[in-house]
Each structure stands twice: as C-alpha cells, then as structure tokens.
Design a protein around this ligand. Sequence first.
Ligand SMILES: C[C@H](O)[C@H](O)[C@H]1CNC2=NC(N)=NC(=O)C2=N1
Length: 120
Amino acid sequence: MHPITADKLAAQKCVPCEGGVDQLTPEQANEYRQAVTSWELDQNATLIYRKVNCKSFVRAIEMINRITEVAEREQHHPDLHLTGYRHLKIVLTTHAIGGLSENDFILAAQIDRIIAPTDS
Ligand SMILES: C[C@H](O)[C@H](O)[C@H]1CNC2=NC(N)=NC(=O)C2=N1
C-alpha cells in the first residue's frame, strides 16, 4: 500500500518555492514516482519526465497550451521539449532547489489529467 496517490497529488496546490526547502531524497522521489507511473525518474533523482508522441504538430502545440494553463495556475513550470515535430518531452524539476520537490509530483499528476489516451 502506498499512501501517496495520483488523486491526492492532483488535488493539491503547488507551494510557492524560491528555495529553502530540502530536495526529495532518491528514496522519497521513488515513493512519489510510484503514484505517477507514466513518469520516469532520472538517474540522480533530480528530475522526472514524461514523453508523449502526439498525433500531429498541431496536437502537440494544443497539448503545450493545456500544460501552460496548468503551469500558470500552479506557478510551477515544466521544461518542454518538442522535437521531431510531434514528440513532446515534459521535464519537471524544481529549479530553485536544483532537484525534486513535492510540487513536481503535484504538477505531474495534474498534467496527467489533461493528457487523453487519444492524444498519442
Ligand atoms: C514563486 C514561484 O513559486 C517560483 O518563482 C517558481 C516559479 N516556477 C517554477 N517552476 C519550476 N519548475 N521551478 C521553480 O523553482 C519555480 N519557481
């Protein structure tokens, strides 16, 4: 049983962060990651990413626009890489602390809600 769930994360709000909070440890990051299984953790547990192969360039841009709304609402912003015209990589890390915070997992769970299976 994992106490951290995608539903709980998606219902939370990102906390304004300009530093002063500890990065999640790799162990903590793993626990959070298990709640958002479409995301992967990098080797050093400093970021998470999700790749989406969109159906077209326009669909990819539409997805970016939906992500923009979520990110602005939460005031937590992903790095977005659109390459090969329709392959989107969404990267989340907390720049202010140079690693992962709960905010990254809150945003990941919220982004999952606006990506439909038919998007890719
Ligand atoms: C006050 C406000 O929460 C901060 O400036 C935010 C803005 N968005 C951010 N987004 C990300 N990914 N990392 C940050 O450290 C960050 N800082």
